[in-house]
Design a protein around this ligand. Structure first.
Ligand code: FES
Ligand SMILES: [Fe+2]
Length: 383
């Protein structure tokens, strides 16, 4: 019988003990088996809130004026775990998401991004309003029992937090607020309004998406693998707190010693002790600093290939002091990212080895990884 992911879903058991003290780590097949990635798309990526863009998403120009999805009568398309979607702002200003699959013969309703007052499918021209109604169907005379009013674009759940736009394929899922928990309250002191996207970097990494997330969720490897980062933080005080659908890492900035001032990236006392590092299940990191926010979005390409998208948002991005600050922030992050890429790619090779299947967790340093694996087990084993 051919492998059928849906049939296997019933028997997928993560088998990670709830008590971290007794638990063994996730078995290596979860990182190497393509059938498991297909199940994850279905049970995790299409049942959680996925970041699909920001309110600054460019949507072309009208009469030489740049438009974004914050303006009326704009749209952009995106991909959510292999599902084509379109995000639309209608004339009245309501932001909506739909499946970007035409109700006729599955053509692309919208392509790219732009400013339009209707969406016309690129295959045979069926036309939909921006609130999803089907209003134009050339040459359908003679089709029996054809009721246009039941053939609108398929709506999806969309919610925003600050300028971030999230879509969820699961009509039963808890609201975005349940996933973000206390994050909006904790970051309330931060000025989100007016943030501008100043830098975007894509990194394609030869590892499973969970290898990258596991690695992000622990500071255990910092002393060995990130000498530059180790100089910046007070490792003894580094800790991870876990919540229902997210976790937060605390990495206090180390006090300055006289001999190391020149090589420090974060000058202590600059208020940067306030930095907030959040991970939201399953694949989003949000790093909030006093003067900027960055996001890391982790997207599986195949079971052993992952795209990580890094974006930086600053205020007053045009000023030269800010440009210097942006350059340094991106450079520092890139150094750490290159070190992590090397680690993640070796771990992926290790996971394929016949000699390895599972390990153990550090109770003190890997509680964030264990928390992630418990959420995986909850979603993968859900009926
Ligand atoms: S597939 Fe869209 S009009 Fe035919
Ligand atoms: Fe790292």
């Amino acid at each position: 019988m051919p492998a059928n992911p849906i049939a296997q879903k019933k028997t997928l058991r993560v088998e990670v003990n709830e008590q971290i003290e007794c638990a063994q780590t996730l078995a290596s097949r979860f990182y190497t088996d393509p059938a498991i990635l297909e199940i994850e798309k279905e049970t995790i990526f299409r049942r959680t809130w996925q970041l699909v863009g920001t309110l600054q998403h460019a949507c072309g120009e009208v009469n030489g004026m740049k438009r974004t999805i914050a303006d009326p009568e704009t749209f952009f398309t995106a991909d959510l775990a292999d599902e084509p979607i379109v995000v639309v702002r209608d004339k009245q200003g309501t932001l909506r998401a739909f499946s970007n699959v035409c109700r006729h013969r599955a053509g692309p309703i919208a392509q790219g991004s732009g400013c339009k007052n209707v969406l016309r499918c690129g295959y045979h021209g069926w036309t939909y309003t921006l609130d999803g109604r089907l209003i134009g169907t050339p040459d359908v005379e003679g089709v029996e029992f054809f009721d246009r009013s039941t053939m609108g674009m398929v709506p999806l759940r969309l919610e925003t937090w600050e300028q971030f736009i999230f879509v969820n394929f699961d009509a039963q899922a808890e609201p975005l607020a349940a996933f973000l928990g206390e994050i909006p309250r904790q970051s309330r002191g931060f000025q989100f309004a007016g943030l501008q996207l100043v830098e975007h970097r894509d990194y394609v990494i030869d590892c499973n998406w969970k290898v990258y997330v596991d690695n992000y969720l622990e500071g255990y490897h910092i002393p060995i693998a990130h000498p530059g980062l180790m100089r910046e933080i007070d490792y003894a005080q580094y800790r991870t707190d876990t919540f229902r659908y997210y976790s937060q890492q605390f990495a206090p900035i180390r006090a300055m010693k006289s001999e190391d001032s020149a090589e420090r990236f974060y000058p202590p006392g600059g208020g940067l002790q306030e930095a907030l590092y959040f991970w939201v299940f399953p694949n989003l990191m949000v790093n909030i600093y006093p003067d900027n926010v960055s996001t890391n979005l982790i997207l599986p390409i195949s079971q052993e290939k992952t795209l990580t998208i890094f974006e930086w948002f600053f205020h007053d991005a045009g000023s030269s002091t800010m440009q210097e600050r942006v350059k340094k922030a991106v450079q520092f992050s890139d150094e750490v990212q290159q070190e992590d890429i090397g680690l993640c790619e070796s771990v992926q090779r290790g996971l394929r080895s016949a000699t390895y299947d599972r390990g153990r967790y550090s109770v003190r340093r890997e509680n964030g990884v264990h928390h992630f694996h418990m959420l995986l087990s909850e979603f993968l084993e859900r009926p």
